[in-house]
Design a protein around this ligand. Structure first.
Ligand SMILES: *[C@@H]1O[C@H](CO)[C@@H](O)[C@H](O)[C@H]1NC(C)=O
Ligand SMILES: *[C@@H]1O[C@H](CO)[C@@H](O)[C@H](O)[C@H]1NC(C)=O
Length: 435
């Protein structure tokens, strides 16, 4: 009897347990058990897939970031390496001039000088790339094609660029950037050139324009810490430069306005070329990567057009006072290796270090006019701006770099005296927040 009783209890417990388990499962997961509609199943499946997709895209993003970082590190290594790059054959080297044109018939003025000073048309082919589809300008350029064997290419896409309202007024900058991308792709990919000098349709050039770029090319090619040679000095006004037409510098500030780059640089920046404001984009550390340009004391270009995309007011205030070099300097017969980073840094640092330091008031008083050069220190953005204003040089920054600065030092002439506007010793680099 006792045994039977026990068995009955066990059976009851077992049944109860089963019943409870069933009840719990069904009430907790009403969708998983019992009747679940096809629609619900689809929803669940969709959710799962969406989840998987977002997971995958995250993974992809991580991978992309990783690849970019790797490429970026590789690039940094390249820039800071010291091995010499592949030598090139100077006699067979071709340096095309790319002239960016649009709707100004005065492009003839630029072309006349480019042709007048060109020592060799095979070595320096001129390519005019025209945007805007302006017929009168096209006719002018066509004349040069017949008479001087230049190349005239036309940007195929002259459509307006759709922009939301606040950016509408920048249409011109967007078109310019689009045109640059196309034209540079033509130069490097269609025509397969290995370097280019870029000018715009409102530039005059100096008699030694070609000489300057020919002589600096080997330096640019040899020194991975350089990424451009420019014809421009942002503080190149008549009373702010010396008479020394031979004088060249390194500059952390990308000057533009008549500049040379190699194909390798285009392969690097071309694929991520921006939709607008390409020059400021190039000045950003993401592109510049600590690299410098060569620039002259006295400009090898000057602009005559005030009707540019950006140049109206700027022209009246600055550009029209720029001194264009008129002497021919035989640069190719000179040793320019002092512009290579190691040599230059040693020389330039010592030069600035050994220059007597004065206050801006002292410099302006003329009491030290017997000295060849003076140094004025700045530690803050406001200090820089106020000093620059007093002495009449450009006072703005791009990505934290003052115009023409090298290692923070800005060199210019003030009333016949060389001034170095310099950060104090122990300088830690540019502050991108200075603007
Ligand atoms: C022309 O440029 C616009 C804007 O940059 C672009 O959306 C469009 O696809 C281009 N058209 C062609 C044919 O390349
Ligand atoms: C482009 O030029 C390089 C040398 O600069 C040469 O090695 C290459 O074969 C050329 N490519 C084409 C398609 O002509």
């Amino acid at each position: 009897m006792r045994r039977k009783h026990l068995v009955a209890i066990v059976v009851v417990i077992f049944l109860t347990w089963n019943f409870l388990m069933y009840y719990m499962l069904v009430s907790k997961n009403p969708g998983k058990l019992g009747s679940i509609s096809v629609e619900d199943q689809l929803k669940i499946l969709q959710g799962d897939i969406r989840h998987q997709l977002s997971h995958n895209s995250e993974l992809l993003q991580h991978l992309r970031k990783f690849r970019e970082q790797k490429l970026s590190e590789e690039l940094d290594r390249k820039i800071h390496q010291t091995t010499t790059p592949v030598p090139y054959d100077a006699n067979r080297f071709i340096l095309p001039i790319l002239l960016i044109a649009c709707d100004r018939t005065t492009v003839s003025r630029s072309l006349d000088l480019l042709i007048k000073y060109r020592p060799n048309k095979n070595k320096f082919p001129i390519i005019v790339s025209q945007d805007c589809g302006h017929k009168p300008t096209a006719d002018v350029i066509q004349r040069y094609v017949m008479e001087h064997d230049i190349k005239h290419i036309k940007h195929p896409n002259i459509s307006d660029i759709h922009l939301p309202w606040p950016q509408k007024k920048f249409q011109g900058y967007y078109k310019l950037s689009r045109h640059y991308r196309w034209a540079l792709n033509q130069v490097f990919h269609t025509f397969n050139h290995s370097a280019v000098v870029i000018v715009e349709d409102d530039l005059d050039i100096s008699p030694d324009f070609y000489e300057y770029f020919s002589a600096t090319f080997p330096i640019l090619h040899q020194d991975p810490s350089l990424w451009c040679v420019s014809a421009w000095n942002d503080n190149g006004k008549l009373d702010m430069v010396s008479d020394d037409a031979e004088l060249l510098y390194r500059s952390d500030f990308f000057p533009g306005l008549g500049w040379m780059m190699e194909k390798s640089t285009w392969l690097e920046i071309g694929p991520k070329w921006p939709d607008a404001f390409w020059d400021d984009w190039m000045r950003h550390p993401d592109q510049r990567r600590g690299r410098a340009c060569i620039r002259p004391e006295i400009c090898r270009t000057s602009t005559f057009g005030k009707k540019g995309v950006s140049k109206g007011l700027f022209y009246e205030k600055h550009l029209k006072f720029i001194k264009l070099n008129s002497k021919f300097v035989p640069f190719t017969q000179k040793d320019l290796s002092y512009l290579l980073k190691d040599k230059y840094d040693t020389y330039f640092t010592k030069l600035v270090k050994d220059t007597p330091e004065v206050t801006v008031a002292e410099a302006m008083s003329g009491h030290r006019s017997n000295m060849k050069a003076l140094k004025i220190l700045y530690s803050t953005k406001d200090e820089y701006k106020s000093t620059a204003k007093k002495l009449g040089i450009m006072d703005d920054f791009k990505a934290g770099v003052p115009r023409v600065a090298y290692n923070g030092v800005v060199s210019f002439m003030y009333r016949g005296q060389r001034i170095y506007l310099s950060p104090p010793p122990g300088w830690k680099g540019y502050n991108i927040k200075w603007s």
